[in-house]
Design a protein around this ligand. Structure first.
Ligand SMILES: N[C@@H](CCC(=O)N[C@@H](CS)C(=O)NCC(=O)O)C(=O)O
Length: 225
């Protein structure tokens, strides 16, 4: 079997990496991690060896390269289709796929002004109208998914799925920035935090000492992570 490698950024900060890493970890296949330090000269020297897009995450399966978190999740689902990735029911799938894509391409206010940071906490953030709109929509999505399709477990579609991989970084941000949400959402945030793969990622993230200033809270942050 060809060796699988996932190229990621700092676990403390790299929200896109987390999504791709959750996918390869979910397969249960053996894989190696190559961690590049974001915002360093060595990142740019190294990433070109793996990814034409020059971004993390990138997955290497032998000589096959897959980049972009959504593509990596789809590719991993194809590698091990017997695992749960998407709900089978047509209506549930339609909702799952739609909110997955909505997350991948949207929520730019949260992504720009509330960067993922698994170590620090900022509890007194002044929420712009844009952030409030994003948070309301996210809470709406989580509540709808949990109420309509979550009966089989603690995640959006019951068992941990591709959709949870996509939203995992948002669950951490609402905690980092102390954003109040409804009880369905806070239960969901706790379920993701306690999911064994997330715990594995966090355990290493909190040991990282490198600071990426572009991802530390500051009024000027515009980083779409
Ligand atoms: N749409 C891409 C975004 C990937 C992305 O922007 N990754 C960031 C790290 S979280 C990156 O590689 N930044 C390096 C750079 O912009 O030079 C995905 O879904 O994977």
């Amino acid at each position: 079997m060809p060796e699988i490698k996932i190229i990621i950024g700092n676990k403390r900060y790299s929200s896109w990496s987390l999504r791709g890493w959750l996918a390869i970890d979910h397969t249960g296949l053996p894989y190696n991690e190559i961690k590049l330090r974001l915002d360093t000269p060595s990142f740019y020297e190294e990433i070109v060896k793996y990814s034409p897009a020059k971004r993390v995450p990138t997955l290497l399966d032998g000589d096959i390269a897959v980049w972009d978190s959504a593509a990596i999740i789809d590719y991993c689902a194809r590698l091990v289709p017997e695992k749960f990735w998407w709900p089978a029911d047509k209506a549930a799938y339609a909702l799952a796929r739609s909110v997955f894509n909505e997350m991948h391409s949207g929520f730019t206010e949260i992504r720009a002004h509330m960067p993922m940071n698994l170590v620090d906490n900022w509890q007194n953030l002044t929420l712009s109208d844009g952030i409030k709109t994003d948070v309301r929509r996210i809470v709406g999505i989580w509540t709808e998914c949990r109420e309509k399709h979550g009966a089989g477990g603690a995640f959006l579609f019951g068992e941990f799925s591709a959709v949870d991989m996509m939203f995992a970084t948002i669950t951490t941000r609402l905690t980092t920035y102390g954003i109040a949400v409804n009880s369905v959402s806070s239960d969901y945030i706790n379920a993701v935090r306690n999911y064994p793969a997330m715990d594995k990622w966090f355990t290493e993230a909190v040991t990282e000492t490198e600071i990426v200033s572009a991802d530390q809270l500051d009024e000027g942050i515009t980083h779409l992570g």
